[in-house]
Write a protein that binds this ligand. Structure first.
Ligand code: NZQ
Ligand code: ZN
Length: 390
């Protein structure tokens, strides 16, 4: 069992009618706010007006950065950082999905750096300071509201790079109101649910020394929560209970609690980030296509035991079957959930992706050496998995 540090310094206001606390919380960190938003969903829903009203009521001033893209681009980070410097911003408030929150995090760090924000992603510049970050999350998926990481894309180089800086990029305060996710489309709800599930799978499929009984059972419950409530949210988008379960599961899937003992890299995420870097696809969709193929590829006598626990405890498969039988049935159920229950495309060809960039994507996914996930993957392994997804 690995030693670990548990430190989640994000204050969460969960549920309806909590926005009245926004002003008092922001005030603790300064009086000029940069409000970051995406492509317009928070304007259309009327949320942005309510947020700006709360900021004004608290006697604070604000500037806005709108138009942050899904798979946020480094140009938005640079734009935001420039505004922070020009306008003497004290605190950053992201209102939107994971892309807006991720972008806000790197703006917070880039505000103290005069160069290109891409230097942060390539680690040419290592930030030691960042502005305080707040968020009002509107989509249940990434868990960016409680983690210290983010992912930024550079379309010029087809790079998508993500990492965490604990302490620095962790939001100070997050507002999680499940009602704000009622308007999320069925497609984004499905992709978000696939992302939550993948975050838990990534930390569940680890070697025994990187997990413990208590955490395993919690992860299984989180996975069952997604299996139970994603279909309910798809069927009835305004089902508060379903949206609330998905939202809190999204946060706990990645906030550092369930993955506390891990040292290994994840497997499907690095492979997916290459797909969205090259093709700008929705992150959760890429994961939904990759995950069952990755499972099929790594299944053997050495890994079947873990799949057995997954199959029996998450999907309720007959424990009397052999390890291999349970493992295969569990992979089949994972595939069915992602493609049939969530209704997501299950092949790369369906979304217009062919094999032309596989060699370079595979090379980048393993950083030219080995992807140290549950089962180490070399470039050739990753290329094979991409081919299995066609
Ligand atoms: O841009 P707007 O107009 O706001 O619309 C967004 C966007 O088009 C829309 N949306 C968000 N909330 C909505 C809504 N539409 C209607 N009603 C609402 N309440 O949904 C679309 C997708 O939003 P986006 O923020 O891109 O989705 P998501 O939250 O899934 O974020 C994806 C990004 O996060 C990264 C992904 O790689 C991707 O770049 N990740 C971040 C992680 C982290 N910070 O720890 C971990 C993840 O593994 C992931 O890599
Ligand atoms: Zn993810």
């Amino acid at each position: 069992m690995n030693a670990f540090v548990y430190d989640i310094p994000t204050k969460v206001y969960f549920g309806e009618n909590q926005l009245g606390h926004l002003g008092e919380e922001l005030k603790k960190y300064g009086d000029r706010v940069l409000v970051c938003t995406g492509g317009g969903s928070v304007k259309e829903s009327g949320l942005l007006d309510k947020v700006l009203e709360e900021i004004k009521k608290a006697g604070l001033s604000f500037v806005e950065l709108s138009g942050i893209e899904p798979n946020p681009k480094v140009r938005s980070v640079n734009r935001g950082a420039q505004i922070c410097r020009d306008e003497n911003v004290d605190v950053i408030l992201a209102v939107g999905g994971g892309s807006v929150i991720d972008c806000a995090k790197f703006i917070a760090a880039a505000a103290f750096y005069d160069g290109d924000a891409w230097d942060i992603m390539t680690k040419k510049y290592e930030p030691e300071k960042a502005l305080p970050i707040f968020d009002i999350s509107t989509l249940s998926a990434t868990g960016s509201d409680m983690d210290a990481g983010g992912v930024i894309s550079n379309p010029d180089t087809h790079d998508k790079i993500g990492f965490s800086i604990p302490g620095l990029l962790q939001p100070k305060v997050s507002f999680l109101n499940p009602s704000l996710t009622f308007s999320v489309s069925p497609y984004q709800t499905a992709c978000g649910s696939a992302d939550i599930l993948s975050h838990i799978i990534e930390s569940y499929f680890v070697t025994p020394d990187e997990s413990m009984y208590m955490l395993d059972r919690i992860k299984e419950s989180l996975m069952k929560t997604v299996l139970e409530y994603a279909p309910k949210a798809l069927e009835d988008p305004e089902n508060y209970e379903a949206r609330a379960n998905l939202q809190w599961a999204a946060s706990w899937a990645i906030n550092g609690f369930t993955g506390a003992m891990q040292t290994s890299e994840w497997s499907c995420h690095p492979m997916e980030h290459e797909l969205s870097a090259f093709y700008d696809i929705t992150h959760g969709l890429g994961l939904a296509i990759l995950t069952p193929r990755w499972m099929e590829y790594i299944l053997d006598e050495t890994t079947a035991g873990r799949f057995y626990d997954y199959g029996v405890n998450v999907f309720g498969i007959d424990p009397g079957l052999s390890e291999m039988e349970v493992a295969k049935a569990a992979i089949e159920k994972t595939k069915t959930f992602l493609s049939e229950t969530l209704g997501l495309p299950s092949t790369l060809r369906e979304i217009g992706i062919d094999e032309s960039h596989f060699p370079v994507m595979a090379e980048k996914a393993c950083s030219s050496s080995v992807l140290q996930g549950f089962k180490p993957l070399k470039k050739e392994d990753i290329e094979t998995i991409y081919h299995m997804c066609l």
